[in-house]
Design a protein around this ligand. Structure first.
Ligand SMILES: NC(=O)C1=CN([C@@H]2O[C@H](COP(=O)(O)OP(=O)(O)OC[C@H]3O[C@@H](n4cnc5c(N)ncnc54)[C@H](OP(=O)(O)O)[C@@H]3O)[C@@H](O)[C@H]2O)[C@@H](O)CC1
Ligand SMILES: Nc1ncnc2c1ncn2[C@@H]1O[C@H](COP(=O)(O)OP(=O)(O)O)[C@@H](O)[C@H]1O
Ligand SMILES: [K+]
Length: 512
């Protein structure tokens, strides 16, 4: 199990440009970086060509340094006796700086990109635009990209994108008019947010990150706070049962159940909290649902609790140090009060996870919820999916073309004072202190009823063990995805819970 598929820091395109500038200022010539980028690109390309027995390569080169990388790779591949042509989007005499030097080193066939045809080509290198993409592609570039995508779909031949598929915004992941569909993308130094956020992520194919001579120390002045969600981020904070511990040292999670016809969701959360390592889990159940809850649970305890008053009585026990509320709760004023009770300031730092109806109940007055989340003494994690996010955080959700999911989640964390776990195939976790993680892998098998309830429970189980809120939320997202990857086809929500022990074994390095 890789601890992280990439270095942990994720950069915006501005941060990448800064790292580039600092490296050049420190004495490494830009053309050297470009040469290294071309070498990494040629290596990936050669690997594909060897696998497919392909020989003919077309490099599409754009007006900036991304095009420069394409020229370097073309030269290196030609030297390896591949049949290489370059098609340029602009007349080469318009190239500047390192890109112009790289183009000057190309001594093979060169044609205008608008006239190139893909017949007989085995592999295309997409070096049109990289992190310098500044606006939507103009129509000729869009036409070229659309022709390339159509050729790839029809012939099943490969496309390798340099740095990022051309047309994908490296910071937001948005598609600027049209974007290349790549089989592989080779980026440099660190991945960018646009590689991991949708829809950009779906265009990258297999993403690799190559070292080209930029040192990690260039990041020191930038205070990067966005990270790949991978074990490297939180493994050292992962709770481990202690030899001299007992169940109360592992924490006591309380999950709030809905009424008699809506109990399944909270039971999934409760069982998941237990599997995530909480020492004890209690389900607070309305009296009318007590029998159905009690008869369906064994290791989870069930206690009667009607409405906000009943919940307050159960929570008088300070040892219940994490609450999960929302799954199957119902949208009502009483639900709002129950959430407020769960967040009531206490002398001790009780943690809380708010999901589903615990969020939607505040749709008409989100500021009421922010007052409660801001006053809560312990970490609060909110777990909206896109619909819930749009309902609750309408003010943070504007300008979607310009502001990425990451930006919007960060805004939501800032206004609410809570950790926002914004679900989806590109789940983002954002904390009020600015830290954020993006999940780099996804299992579409998670799109099944109840899987979000399980995630809520995993977060609660980790919080009960007193893990830092941001790290607990990130870790829960990763464990949830990893369980789905391990189980695979046919997964239902219960299987995620049943597979968690395998995930723990992987994380603790215990052979299965
Ligand atoms: N960072 C590093 O360490 C290293 C970076 N390297 C490589 O450099 C790449 C970044 O290079 P870059 O900054 O020159 O930008 P790039 O992506 O080639 O495009 C900018 C050009 O396109 C133009 N342009 C923009 N949008 C446009 C549009 N919609 N339609 C038409 N034109 C448009 C824009 O022109 P302008 O906006 O001035 O009109 C400019 O000419 C990076 O992705 C990586 O591959 C490596 O060499 C190794 C080290
Ligand atoms: N296509 C997908 N790929 C990866 N993960 C997904 C996908 N669709 C949904 N998920 C994940 O599955 C979970 C679904 O949660 P949610 O929408 O609350 O469902 P439910 O309410 O049925 O439990 C979330 O963790 C979400 O990130
Ligand atoms: K590109």
């Amino acid at each position: 199990m890789p601890l992280s598929p990439f270095p942990l820091e994720i950069l915006t395109t501005d941060q990448m440009a800064r790292a580039d500038r600092l490296t050049i200022e420190s004495g490494v010539p830009g053309i050297e970086l470009m040469e290294s980028a071309g070498v990494a690109l040629a290596r990936v390309t050669t690997r594909i060509l060897q696998r497919t027995s392909g020989r003919r390569v077309l490099a599409l080169c754009g007006p900036g340094n991304n095009g420069g990388d394409g020229y370097v790779a073309a030269r290196l591949l030609k030297a390896q006796r591949y049949k290489v042509k370059v098609a340029s989007l602009v007349p080469p005499d318009q190239l500047r700086g390192d890109a112009a030097r790289a183009a000057a080193g190309w001594a093979g066939t060169l044609l205008p990109a608008q006239e190139c045809d893909f017949d007989g080509v085995d592999l295309v290198i997409d070096a049109l635009f990289g992190t310098g993409l500044a606006r939507d592609l103009d129509l000729p570039a869009q036409t070229l990209v659309n022709r390339l995508n159509q050729w790839r779909r029809e012939t099943k031949q490969s496309v390798v994108s340099v740095d990022i598929p051309s047309g994908v915004d490296g910071t937001t992941g948005a598609i600027r008019g049209a974007a290349v569909e790549a089989d592989e993308t080779v980026t440099f130094f660190r991945v960018k947010t646009g590689h991991l956020l949708l829809p950009g992520r779906t265009r990258c194919g297999q993403l690799t990150c190559a070292h080209i001579g930029i040192r990690s120390t260039t990041l020191e002045s930038m205070q990067v706070k966005t990270f790949v969600n991978a074990p490297d981020l939180w493994l050292s904070a992962l709770p481990r049962p202690k030899v001299d511990g007992h169940k109360y040292t592992r924490g006591h999670a309380l999950v709030v159940s809905g009424g008699a016809s809506f109990t399944g969701a909270a039971r999934l959360s409760a069982s998941a909290a237990l599997r995530a390592g909480a020492g004890l889990v209690t389900l607070a159940s309305p009296s009318d649902a007590l029998l159905v809850n009690a008869s369906a649970l064994t290791s989870v305890m069930v206690r009667p609790a009607d409405g906000a008053g009943g919940l307050a009585a159960v929570l008088a026990d300070e040892r219940k140090n994490a609450v999960a509320i929302g799954p199957g709760l119902g949208v009502s004023e009483e639900s709002c009060r129950q959430v407020e009770v769960s967040l009531t300031p206490q002398a001790y730092r009780r943690a809380a996870v708010l999901d589903a109806d615990a969020l939607t109940s505040f749709e008409s007055d989100p500021f009421r919820l922010w007052r409660a989340t801001r006053a809560a003494p312990g970490p609060v994690v909110m777990t909206p999916h896109a619909g819930e996010f749009a309902r609750l955080f309408s003010e943070c959700n504007s300008d979607r073309a310009l502001r990425s999911k990451l930006d919007r989640a960060r805004d939501a964390a800032r206004v609410s004072g809570a950790i926002v776990l914004y679900k989806g195939p590109d789940t983002v976790v954002a904390a009020p202190d600015g830290r954020a993680s993006i999940q780099a892998t996804a299992s579409p098998w998670l799109a099944t009823a109840g899987s979000g309830d399980v995630l809520t429970g995993i977060v609660a189980g980790l919080l009960a063990q007193r893990m830092d809120g941001f790290l607990a939320a990130s870790c829960a997202v990763w464990m949830h995805t990893r369980a789905a990857e391990l189980f695979g086809p046919g997964l239902i929500a219960d299987d995620i819970i049943a597979t968690l022990p395998r995930v723990w074994r992987e994380l603790f390095g215990v052979a299965s």
